[in-house]
Design a protein around this ligand. Structure first.
Ligand SMILES: Cc1cc2nc3c(=O)[nH]c(=O)nc-3n(C[C@H](O)[C@H](O)[C@H](O)COP(=O)(O)OP(=O)(O)OC[C@H]3O[C@@H](n4cnc5c(N)ncnc54)[C@H](O)[C@@H]3O)c2cc1C
Ligand code: SF4
Ligand code: SF4
Ligand code: SF4
Length: 762
């Protein structure tokens, strides 16, 4: 039972209650312990507090020990675990008392015991607690509550509980009436009067202060419940009847599966949630050398795959990655290689950096040879500072260099240079990115004012560029959008983006397209440039309308250019039509097959990674591809099996998540600079998350979080916590599968029993 009582009237003065409050009731089947916990919940509900209450018992026998729990707080309660460290402990049968019942109960806790014994007989035993004792069994018996042999004491003992809390007896009335137990109020009142209390300080001052309880002479002594069970039937090992049994099994998470870099997304989010940014960075940095970068510019396929999308919105994984990178200074240390190899990496973009990082991490000597004056590739000379500030990139680069990666600049490798490097190193990994940008073969393409977008972005990153008049961008990818947003910041009066397909087909990251529009960029879709006009310098662009034709090899509908044209007046045109994949700097004797160089039938120790090999065109793909090639090269050179690079099995699907166990909580969004503040400024436009709370939204798909749900839902009570996780008592598990069905995150499964008998979640 859970209750959200936030609608109730203002709570009374509750200052004396320390919240959150956790109550644990111990009793035996038949004594009404679970109802006792519900009554307690009902009591606190009246005070306008949030409560949660549930029992922990099997369907087995009357007289078996049971526990019931109540949680109380001012805010909605998300914790569904059992109560392990109660603030209030109520014990309905003194025969149960012992270290197990007291476990987790800290000194100072409130302890209420149902006992017919004289409280002095406990002297010294519970001196650490605020101790109360009442003979609730005798009182309930006097009032005829329960049967002659099994007396139900829950309503009675709560009278004593109210007294210990300092509540007036009237506070119980509504709770009892609401559960149809109004007739038991008289017994509660008697317990209220007769409870013997001993706060610790009082006990220290006057140990003999408590008066002995006087049992009513008219009633025979009541048998403890334990004695009723002396002849209970022998326990039947019902586990033998089943053909299937549950077991704990970790499964792959869809976010992990989808991340091209191979990040353990679930792992870093759970580490952030449980242990903070440093612990999360320790997970993330195993696969990700550029977390500050991907945390800002990644298209985040992990988020498209996130199971929470089908519930209330995907976990904002990219921004959590950014949060970790921005709030941890952790660096991994280089391992020692048994055989230190020498690698040359050609190109210092994301692929080359990832390759070098993974090899250096494993103890090898790596030198990056870079044509430009610094590391970063497109991150340095393409992606604008308002999306990726230079100092952010620099932070990731310096971490990589401190690991031990060596870098040489202004060296553009040609055919001879590559052959020389090949002879000087154990292996060569070529990560040179895409080739030169593609042009547009139409009339007037040579007019002044028509410029390659990549050149413009590079110029704008190095120097202050000022634009005037109307600018047209041609293209629909990230380069086009970056050109458009940069042009606005450089002073363009208007920016139009011409693309030959529809918005859904634009290769640019969807959020970036939205940002561009917010900032004032106008999209002209289904338009194809057919000519530039102007006298020496471009003054207009002639565009033709395009209709979707039959699907091409990529499945997209081929654009069919019509005769319907229009002229767009403009002062500048930026071309962003993609880049060639030519690699004419490779030695003539090399052929590239499956990411590796071959000379005839002989495989060379030369591998290719990143855009030049896979052409995927994202930073995360380049990072993943770089790592894969590094490890493939290592496996080949050291004659060892390659490391598992990516989870192979199919991940947990949204349909396997028990949404009903989670509270609806919309994603935490990034703070953004208002569009009005962005024009004319290269300051970072997204400010990231305000805190790491978004990590709490992760379901932890396929991985146990020790939430206790399986244990609570097991109708036979055969699941228990153990030193190594959870244990399932195979002797009594009937194989009903309730635990598997109720696991919120699909971290359990059923198996055919003849294969394995016992399981544990670790
Ligand atoms: C404007 C723009 C915006 C982008 N935005 C995004 C984005 O938001 N998100 C995203 O995920 N991806 C984005 N991308 C794509 C992404 O940047 C690339 O996919 C990624 O950088 C590829 O990494 P790489 O290492 O393979 O190549 P590159 O980054 O191109 O690096 C290659 C490096 O090799 C060097 N090199 C080339 N030839 C030689 C040679 N012969 N000798 C020595 N060195 C050489 C180059 O100087 C360069 O430094 C964008 C690309 C562009 C152009
Ligand atoms: S690199 Fe991209 S895909 Fe991978 S976890 Fe980060 S945001 Fe997600
Ligand atoms: S809820 Fe968490 S574990 Fe599941 S897919 Fe989303 S980020 Fe990954
Ligand atoms: S229900 Fe909770 S404790 Fe049980 S397996 Fe699933 S995640 Fe783990």
């Amino acid at each position: 039972m859970e209750n959200d009582s936030s609608h109730q009237t203002a709570a009374p003065d509750l200052d004396y209650l320390s919240l959150p409050l956790e109550v644990r009731v111990h009793g035996r089947g038949g004594q009404g312990g679970v109802t006792c916990a519900k009554l307690i919940a009902s009591l606190y509900t009246q005070m306008g507090l949030h409560v949660q209450t549930f029992g922990d018992y099997g369907s087995e026998r009357s007289g078996a020990p049971i526990q019931a729990f109540t949680r109380v707080d001012r805010v909605a309660i998300a914790n569904r675990n059992k109560v392990y460290q109660p603030d209030h402990l109520i014990v309905l049968d003194e025969a149960l008392m012992g270290p197990q019942v007291l476990s987790g109960t800290a000194p100072g806790a409130l302890l209420l015991l149902n006992s017919r014994s004289n409280p002095e007989s406990y002297a010294g035993l519970y001196a650490e607690y605020q101790f109360g004792v009442v003979d609730a069994t005798a009182i309930a018996r006097e009032h005829g509550i329960g049967s002659n042999s099994v007396v139900i004491i829950n309503t009675t003992i709560l009278g004593a509980y109210a007294r210990l809390l300092g509540l007036p007896l009237s506070a119980l009335e509504m709770a009892y009436v609401s559960l149809g137990l109004g007739g038991d109020l008289a017994a509660a009142e008697e317990a209220y009067e007769r409870v013997q209390m001993q706060a610790r300080a009082e006990a220290d001052a006057n140990p003999a202060a408590l008066a002995p309880i006087t049992l009513p002479a008219a009633f025979p002594p009541v048998m403890p419940t334990t004695e009723h069970c002396a002849d209970s039937p022998a326990a039947l090992k019902t586990g033998a009847w089943s053909t299937q049994a549950p077991r704990y099994r970790e499964q792959s998470a869809p976010c992990n599966f989808a991340c091209p870099a191979g990040n353990d997304v679930r792992g870093f989010i759970q580490a952030l949630k449980n242990d903070g940014a440093e612990a999360a960075a320790a997970v993330l940095l195993r696969t990700q050398p550029l977390p500050s970068v991907c945390g800002r510019v990644c298209p985040a396929p992990c988020m498209q795959a996130c199971n929470r999308e089908a519930f209330d919105g995907a976990v904002n994984i990219r921004s959590l990655e950014r949060w970790i990178a921005d709030h941890s200074a952790l660096e991994l240390v280089q391992q020692t290689a048994t055989q230190r190899l020498r690698f040359a990496v050609v190109g210092g973009g994301p692929a080359g950096l990832s390759t070098a990082y993974q090899l250096t991490l494993r103890g090898h000597a790596v030198t990056i040879y870079e044509a430009g004056p610094a590391l970063g590739g497109v991150l340095r000379n393409g992606i604008p500072a308002f999306r990726l500030p230079q100092e952010v990139l620099q932070r990731d680069l310096e971490r990589i260099l401190r690991l031990g990666v060596e870098a040489r600049f202004n060296i553009r490798l040609d055919k001879a240079g590559l052959l020389r490097l090949q002879s000087e190193h154990d292996a060569l990994i070529v990560c040179t990115g895409f080739g030169p940008p593609l042009g547009l073969a139409v009339d007037g393409a040579g007019l002044a004012g028509v410029e390659q977008g990549l050149d413009f972005l590079d110029r704008a990153k190095r120097n202050k560029v000022e634009l005037q008049g109307h600018v047209v961008i041609v293209g629909g990818g990230n380069t086009a959008i970056d050109c458009a947003r940069t042009a606005l910041r450089c002073g363009a009066a208007s920016v139009k983006l011409v693309y030959r397909r529809g918005r859904e087909e634009m290769p640019a990251i969807a959020e970036e397209v939205e940002s561009a529009e917010l900032e004032g960029v106008r999209l002209l879709l289904h338009r194809q440039p057919v000519a530039f006009t102007g006298n020496g310098a471009v003054s207009a662009l002639l565009v033709a309308e395009v209709e979707p034709g039959s699907p091409d090899e990529s499945g997209r509908r081929r654009p069919v250019v019509t005769q319907r044209t229009a002229s767009l007046a403009c002062d500048k045109v930026l071309l962003a039509l993609g880049q060639s994949s030519a690699m004419d700097f490779l030695p003539d004797t090399w052929q590239v097959r499956e990411g590796r160089a071959w000379q005839g039938d002989q495989a060379l120790n030369v591998w290719f990674a990143g855009d030049c090999a896979s052409g995927e065109g994202t930073v995360t793909h380049a990072i993943g591809n770089g790592r894969r090639m590094a490890l493939a090269a290592l496996a080949r050179l050291t004659d060892t099996p390659g490391e598992a690079l990516r989870e192979a099995e199919s991940p947990v699907a949204a349909g396997q998540i028990r949404f009903s166990h989670f509270e609806v909580a919309p994603p935490h969004r990034d703070k953004e600079l208002p569009p009005s503040a962005r024009r004319g400024s290269f300051a970072e436009s997204s400010l990231g998350l305000a805190g790491p709370e978004e990590a709490d939204r992760c379901f932890s798909c396929g991985q146990c979080t020790e939430c206790d749900t399986c244990l609570i839902y097991c109708p036979d009570g055969v699941i228990s916590r153990s030193a190594d996780g959870y244990r399932i008592d195979a002797d009594y598990c009937k194989g009903c599968g309730m635990c598997v069905a109720e696991c919120p995150r699909s971290a359990m499964e059923m198996y055919e029993k003849n294969r394995q008998e016992v399981s544990s979640c670790r």
